[in-house]
Design a protein around this ligand. Sequence first.
Ligand code: NAG
Length: 286
Amino acid sequence: MGSLRISVVLLCFFSLAFCLSVSGRPATFLQDFKVTWSESHIRQIDAGRAIQLVLDQNSGCGFASKRQFLFGRVSLKIKLIPGDSAGTVTAFYMNSDTNTIRDELDFEFLGNRTGQPYTVQTNIFAHGKGDREQRVNLWFDPAADFHTYSLLWNHHHIVFYVDDVPIRVYKNSGRAPYPANQPMGVYSTLWEADDWATRGGLEKIDWSKAPFYAYYKDFDIEGCPVPGPTNCAANPRNWWEASNYQALNAIEARKYRWVRINHMIYDYCTDKSRYPVTPPECMAGI
Ligand SMILES: *[C@@H]1O[C@H](CO)[C@@H](O)[C@H](O)[C@H]1NC(C)=O
């Protein structure tokens, strides 16, 4: 183990690119990921550059990154289940896998009846505390085509993007816990959750429409792998720490306001029944 560490450090010393990003972008599925749940329900297509996830009455499925990362940007393109997707949940998230002090960044795509909008629920766990749900109804049909979903995570903020539209910003404001010490893996799952997903559980899965298919491609993880070079995460020269990634620019800020005004349907920050006192991170601005 000791010599492996040393040779990795030497390799990093001579090839910085190897350490800062895992490989050339975008990667094939198996370069960065492994199946974690139901191998038979994940099919590689296009020579491994894309995958099909299957949900049927026997099983859903899931995959995870082979490595964990501390800061960076994860993005991928997803084409969600078309037509009647009520009761299904497709999730894309990062998770530190450290139970009581868990950090987690969640995108959950909640299916709907044909013609009704998909809802994207986001949540953030910092040091074991979650309960920070926000919900946005997508302003396009996410099953008609691939769209890019990404998480930017640096020392300044966490931004959830749908294509080039920031739908959520969580600042490292010093007022509330911020995920900054634990590396996180990248995960995705497709499963049935008709007890809560669609209209609060009123709309059930129509199994006569199964199997349900979602498609993923253009896997792109750029970040500091852990284990990896110890100085990577603190390096201010990582591109995701650069000044233009430290806050939303004017165009992004406009798009962010547009989403919140026109498409946000729930925000824990303004839910007085759950939070009589507004949580501190809600006052940090963007
Ligand atoms: C489903 O569609 C209904 C009706 O348009 C809408 O109220 C709801 O937010 C949509 N999303 C979910 C997950 O129920």
